[in-house]
Write a protein that binds this ligand. Sequence first.
Ligand SMILES: [Zn+2]
Length: 226
Amino acid sequence: MSDQVHTSETSRSAATPPGHFPPVEDLVACPTCDALYQLPDVPKGARARCLRCHTVLTAPRDGAMTRIVMLAGTSVILMLAAIFFPFLELTAAGITQRSSIMDVVLVFADGPFVGLAIAVGALIVILPLARFLALIYVLAPMAFGWRPARVAVPVFRLAERMKPWSMAEIFIVGVAVALIKVAGLAHLSLGPAFWAFVALVLITAVKDTFMCRLTIWKTLEQRSQW
Ligand SMILES: [Zn+2]
């Protein structure tokens, strides 16, 4: 039996006759508590929330795909800036040390910590970058109203799987904590890469608020049949 769903504008019932179970492809599971719903068409600008845990199930917005593509493009540029520009400059006892994120990764590349170098490189640079590029690949054709790219469905699925492993924001929190510890021992100055990284984390957060996964999956499904 499917529950009812409230949209922010109207309360609609997705009632099903007793004893009749709707087809599985019409059902949507709440990503948090797995409650099943038969969603009505939610108008643009409205939200449908789970009755049990209030997780947003769908929140279609006008022009969301174009905005996500533009924000993902901005993130790619910021990430490239964050990799190659100086991240941090430390001065202690007259000696100045400047390092970029690439230097941090390469410091561990020799010796026993090579696994750590690979993990740091993958989690804070390669996976977030791959995810931004995957989102552009999947959403850019649809933002223009075209048919989705050839392997858009598996690429979007992969981008969704990568999400928990893209740890750019955790890295920046870690750096902030480390900086507080080091601040008393040396003179610190933050490079352009640090600010590029902070901007990247904020843009990623804004991008995720625009991203309604259900709408993207539905659009992918509909347009793949064109
Ligand atoms: Zn729920």
